[in-house]
Every structure is written in structure tokens, then in C-alpha cells.
Design a protein around this ligand. Sequence first.
Ligand SMILES: [Zn+2]
Length: 424
Amino acid sequence: MGRLRIVKGKIFEVVENDLHYYSEASITESASDVYSEQGGDGISHSGDPGTPPPSPTLSKCAVFFRPTKEWKGEFGFDWIRVGDSKMETDVPYNGIIGKYGAVYATDAGSKFTANPKKYNAILKDYSTFSVYKGTYYVPNMTLNVGEKAILDTIIHVGEKADKLHYAYNTDVFELIIMKQFTVKKGINHDEGSLIIKCKKAFSTPETIRVIATKNKLKEKVGEIKILPNNNNKNINIVIIPVENNGYIGHFIPNEQQVLTNALKQSYINPLIEAYKTPINVDSAWFNFWFKSGEKLDNSSIVSIHSHLDDAFYKIKGNKDKYSKYYRIYMLKGADIAINGEADHIDTPNSSVVVFDRPKRGRSVSTMAHELLHAMGLYHTFDNDSPYTFELYKTDNIMDYTHKKLKNRFSTNKFQWKKINPNLK
Ligand SMILES: [Zn+2]
């Protein structure tokens, strides 16, 4: 038992055991008269303050939100993954964030080492609060006006609450509860149980919370943070079919949808123009390149990107109109080992190539993947990425999970902020 007493301007604190003060910033103590401290075993003024213990929670339940297994990135949802969703690829982050050695992730002999410090660093990208059984990491969501998100709810129940309800801004959102929480003791996964519709634009982060009532006391037991959607970034994209050696590059089904979804997650609106007439690039250089199947040279001297831009800009009016666009060239030809290529990641550029290979085709997500490189995103398994994830362990569009014949379509908040500086 402890007690805190204020008597005529004096504060007395008396506890029977240890007393700890925790502050998220500094603690300042000052006195206009004498400042005295007394300790029976001396006074220590240094050392690691340690982590404050979670504050006690009253309601023995917690509600977590996950996308459904049908989610294909139609809205942004980024959370600390623990592998509890029904999705195709969902590996706990603890253990897959770290660094590769000197050998690149995709090369033979590469070695990944998980790093708990890097895992702890990514935890800081999420708001937290104390909840039944530990710390709650609040997912970050992006949702455009007029769109909806369908989510699963996972409720951990130690003791049934008297009541559970949602708290949110009803001016901005409409919630449709498809299924009430299952409140059996243990873990209950209610699939597709919540639909969130965004009714209007908003300029500061919004939250959707689950409030539990127990013995007339109310407590937050679940939350989603939705980032402001009132300042989306518009970009222009032109997609250009290329003719070479009698082959013409073309779209593959759903490719533009995957591209649009990937950008929407970062609140980027793409205005996509499909260029009608294929540009012809029959030349000794291209023919050599396609026949030899040489890996592309990224240097400015023989860059395939600059060759394509040259050919495209030769057509009257194109340079004026399209040099500010992202230009995606679709080629078909030799059965080379790569799906596509962006130019540089670190320097601003706007030209991307995708390949439709006679035998292997290309992945539906290649176009989006290459464009995101051009906009500044590294592979998630690259040591230059702000966080390095183990190869094939995520459904992030910048992973190579498609090579394992699984879908990739998601992005994380650290990527949203990189490609859209408007995003708060
Ligand atoms: Zn790539």
C-alpha cells in the first residue's frame, strides 16, 4: 500500500517497498528552499532507468485487427506481424528483421542474421498502450474517401468484459459490424467481422478504438490509427508498348490494379495513360542485347532506360508532354532471367522497364515493384533498406515472394513516408 499526501503545500509520499518514478522524457526536481534526499542505504544518481512496467489493466481482454485473407492491398495496413492472420504470407517480424552479410540476399551463399535491436527499432514506428498480457502495437492504416476496408478481429479473452464497443469519429467513418465479438475464454478469430467505410477527408490522424467496460470502468483494449487522407499526391504515369524484333510488349491482366493499389497505400493517386502506338527500337544495340540475354548495364552509357527514352522522345511532342511523367516501357523478347528493371534507386529518375518473356511471362506485381524502385524504395531484403527483412518472408511488394508463387502486394509505413512526403 502506498499513499500520497498533500498538506498545506507539502507533499509526502510513503510506501512500504520500493518507489519508482518513470517519465517518457526528463524528470526535474527543484526547490526554492532546501532540497534534501535521504536513503538508508545511500543515494544512487546514475544508471539505466529501465523500462517502466506496464500499467495494470483492468479488462482481461484485447482486440487485434488484421486484414482478411482476401486482402490484396486495396488499402494500406501496416502492423507488427505476429503470424496470427489467415493471410497467405504472415511471418512474425521478431526473427526476420536484421541484416545480410557481404553476399547479396538473392545470391548463392547469402547469410541473414536476425537482429533484436533492429526489431526493437521498428517497434517505435507504432503507437503503443498497455493491454491485457502486454504492449499493444497500434496498426497504421491508410484509407481513401469513399473506400472501405474489411478486417478480421482477433480477441484474446482472459475474463469476459461486461461490454465491448467501438469508439470513433462518426463524421468521418461508418462502421459495419458483420459479426459480434466471440468472447469465449482464449483466442477468438472472427473473420471479416468489421467493415470500415471512410465518408470524408480528414486532416489529422483518426483512431478507431475498442472500449471494454468492466465493473463500470472503461478501458481501451484495441485500436487502429488511420493517417490523414486530405493531401494525396498525384502522379502521372505513361505506359508505353515497345516493339523489337517483331515482338510487342503488352499488359498482363490485373497489372494496373496491382500498381494502383500499391500506390494508394501511400496516398498516391496515379493518373495512368496507356500509350497507344508501340515505339520501335530495332537497332544493333537492342538486337545484341536481346540475343545475348546480357544482364542489363545500368551505366549511363548503355542504359536501356536512356535508349528507350531517346526512342520515345524522338516522336514529336513526347518530350514536352511526358518528361515529367513516370514512363514504364513494356518489352517482350529474349527469355532473360529478370522481370524488369528500374534505373537507379538513390537518384531521382522516372523510367522503368518491364519484360514479358516468351516462356516465363512476368509477375503481375513487376510493374508496381519497378515503379516503386524508381520512386526510391529498396528491396525489403536489401541492407540499404531502412529495415532489412529476410528474403521471401513477407508479402511486401518489394520482396521476391512471387518467386515462391505467392502474392506480394503490401507496403509498410516507412515506405509510405519515403515515396509520399505529404504523408504524416
Ligand atoms: Zn527489384
